[in-house]
Design a protein around this ligand. Structure first.
Ligand code: AKG
Ligand code: FE2
Length: 317
């Protein structure tokens, strides 16, 4: 009898875990091994992390409603040269989708500057919620990345690796399609950044493609959990050891889905290059060193947008 892929992502509990726990701590080692295995097999997992308390998520989603209820002309004021870092929406291919990016959301002044563009009289509540979400969730990003580097045996690069990224918070709204038929909310893609950590309101819709081609519908095991996934930058840095999963959002019914994500993103000018320890006879180099921002210019070009394996085309060996 063949084994069947369980159509459920692993759930990993990060409660009571700190960055400082990495020295000889049993719980750290146990969680690290679960993280590494999940990222090899699925490229993602569900994370329980109560440093972002449920109350914060409960404050977050009404704030997102308030944001997306603003007039379209106002939302467009948050423009960015970088794709998906500003306001995005009204795409014919995915008409249910809108998103708003907030660069450096872990820096309060940056969030306030962006908030003041949208609400000229300010919106301290919105700024505080987004900043707090970003700051607390960035701890989980750092724990995951430290665990990954330790598992790969290359923790000596930790400082350089951590310093090579910035944080973006992107918040999303998917309108309910007003039909029981399932409609595309967001097209299938792999993330291009290092690590993405997402949370959602009570409306499901995120689907993850397994290595053997089956879609898993993600259902949080309890309110207030997160899904953490790695992007192409960590896939290439680990020379293909970690999987970067295709995922999409499928919507049905009347209710809107809101989600919020923290994205660690390689800085422009930094070359993403698999360390020499990741390359050997069994693991020949998969990608030439590349700059994330230059790669995005290709990915968002007309050719790149129809290219499922854009990174391979761009810098595959
Ligand atoms: O809204 C979601 O759950 C997924 C969003 C996503 O995949 C992305 O922004 O890259
Ligand atoms: Fe994504």
């Amino acid at each position: 009898m063949g084994t069947q892929t369980p159509l459920k992502l692993p759930t990993i509990d990060f409660n009571d875990l700190n960055m400082d726990d990495s020295n000889n701590n049993c719980k750290w080692e146990e969680v690290k091994s679960k993280v590494y295995n999940a990222l090899i097999e699925y490229g993602c997992f569900e994370a329980i992390f109560d440093k972002v308390p449920l109350e914060l998520c409960k404050e977050l989603f009404p704030s997102l409603e308030e944001l997306f209820d603003l007039p379209i002309e106002t939302k467009k004021l948050n423009a960015s040269k970088k794709p998906y870092h500003g306001y995005v929406g009204q795409f014919p291919m995915v008409p249910l989708y809108e998103s708003m990016g907030i660069d450096d959301a872990n820096v309060l002044e940056k969030v306030e500057a962006m908030t003041n563009i949208l609400w000229p009289n300010g919106n301290p509540n919105f700024s505080k919620t987004i900043h707090c979400f970003s700051e607390k969730l960035s701890e989980l990003d750092k724990i995951i990345r430290k665990m990954v580097l330790e598992s790969l045996g290359v923790e000596k690069y930790l400082e350089e690796h951590m310093n090579s990224t910035n944080y973006l918070v992107r918040v999303m709204k998917y309108k309910g399609p007003q039909t029981s038929e399932t409609k595309l909310g967001l097209s299938s893609h792999t993330d291009k950044n290092v690590v993405t950590i997402l949370c959602q309101n009570q409306v499901d819709g995120l689907e993850i493609l397994t290595k053997d081609g089956k879609w898993i519908s993600f259902k949080p095991s309890q309110p207030g959990t997160f899904i953490a996934m790695i992007g192409d930058a960590l896939h290439s840095w680990s020379n293909g050891r970690l999987h970067s999963a295709f995922h999409r959002v499928m919507m049905s019914g009347n209710e809107a889905r809101y989600s919020a994500g923290l994205f660690s993103i390689p800085k422009g000018g930094y070359l993403i290059k698999a360390p020499q320890e990741m390359v050997d006879d069994d693991h020949p180099l998969l990608f030439k060193p590349y700059d994330h921002v230059d790669f995005l210019n290709y990915y968002y070009s007309p050719q790149g947008q129809t290219d499922q394996f854009a990174l391979r085309t761009y810098c595959g060996v």
